[in-house]
Write a protein that binds this ligand. Structure first.
Ligand SMILES: Nc1ncnc2c1ncn2[C@@H]1O[C@H](COP(=O)(O)OP(=O)(O)OP(=O)(O)O)[C@@H](O)[C@H]1O
Ligand SMILES: O=P(O)(O)OC[C@H]1O[C@H](OP(=O)(O)OP(=O)(O)O)[C@H](O)[C@@H]1O
Ligand SMILES: [Mg+2]
Length: 284
């Protein structure tokens, strides 16, 4: 099983980090290499440009891949790829934007005009659904500059914080696509056990994010009171404590944001020896 991941750029590190947290440790230094073996002898990681990953999967160089939805749509391979999981980073929007002080205020104003973008395919698809058909000019970077040097009247580009648009005095006219990084597999391998295994491993990291594991000792006669104040995923786990007398151990998974309040409440309800730990993975 080969999984293609971004070799550089802003998606590289968070992707490697996620694989590691999912237990898919990369072997013998991944830096500057084209591929890396992992602790799982059946899984090889291929490093490719984020924009090339959809092609890698569609052409059979890899079975799975991690990249932005924007890249998959732009590749024109979306039909052959199945989206397995939203990995919830690299969140951004592809937007149509034009100079703040110009005469373009709506999509219709682009009739007979020019739009510069690194995403010509997605841009043409967007305009195909409108009444206007501007000329689309492909650029490979610094797209925000083009309206200021008379190369284009508007752009379709990525925005997240909005800083780059603002610095370049560009205003959003419309949203073209909302994107984040996703796990993809070629549609003919989706049901293979290894694909599902990897999906579950990555998903377990996302599920564990923002969750804490709470452990405490509770006198048996206070158990109901403690149980009442523990929020969370299903009921708590109750276990006997060796030589614990009338005490039992209570374990529960709670949202990070509920931890502070929960500790106060279980303590008041009679719990002691309260321990809070992080959760690496949580398979539901
Ligand atoms: N500002 C941003 N905020 C969030 N996600 C972003 C942002 N810019 C890009 N992305 C996401 O990251 C993906 C890759 O962008 P990145 O800039 O890392 O690579 P790149 O510019 O394609 O790299 P290179 O061209 O140097 O190989 C984009 O397709 C998009 O999904
Ligand atoms: O809304 P913002 O937070 O300002 O982010 C948007 C910018 O981020 C990306 O560029 P990146 O930083 O990846 O540089 P690049 O052009 O070299 O890819 C994108 O191409 C925008 O220019
Ligand atoms: Mg970039």
């Amino acid at each position: 099983m080969r999984i293609a991941v971004p070799n550089k750029g802003r998606l590289h590190e968070p992707t490697i980090d996620l694989l590691e947290r999912a237990g898919l440790h990369l072997e013998n230094g991944a830096d500057r290499k084209l591929y890396a073996e992992t602790v799982d002898p059946e899984v090889t990681v291929l490093f490719a440009r984020a924009a090339d990953i959809p092609e890698y999967i569609a052409d059979g160089a890899a079975e799975m891949g991690i990249t932005g939805l924007d890249q998959v749509r732009e590749s024109g391979q979306a039909d052959r790829l199945a989206e397995l999981l939203d990995l919830e980073f690299g969140r951004c929007r592809l937007v149509l934007a034009a100079p703040e002080d110009g005469d373009i205020e709506s999509v219709e104003d682009l009739a007979g005009r020019t739009v510069a973008t690194e995403f010509p395919h997605v841009t043409r698809e967007f305009f195909a659904d409108t009444a206007v058909d501007p000329e689309v000019v492909e650029v490979t970077g610094a797209t925000e500059l083009t309206p200021h040097v008379e190369m284009a009247d508007a752009i379709v580009d990525i925005t997240s914080t909005g800083t780059t648009l603002k610095v370049n005095r560009l205003a959003v006219i419309d949203e073209v696509l909302s994107s984040s990084v996703r796990l993809f597999a070629r549609d003919d391998v989706v049901d293979e056990p290894k694909v599902q295994e990897l999906r579950t491993a990555l998903s377990s990291v996302l599920t564990a994010d923002g969750k804490r594991y709470l452990m405490m000792n509770v006198p048996e006669d206070r158990l109901d009171a403690v149980r009442d104040v523990i929020p969370g995923l299903g009921g708590p786990t109750i276990m006997d404590v060796a030589n614990g007398g009338d005490k039992v151990a209570v374990h529960a998974v709670v949202d990070e944001r509920d931890v502070f309040e929960t500790i106060t409440e279980v303590k008041r309800a009679g719990a002691s020896d309260i321990l809070v730990t992080e959760i690496e993975r949580l398979v539901e």
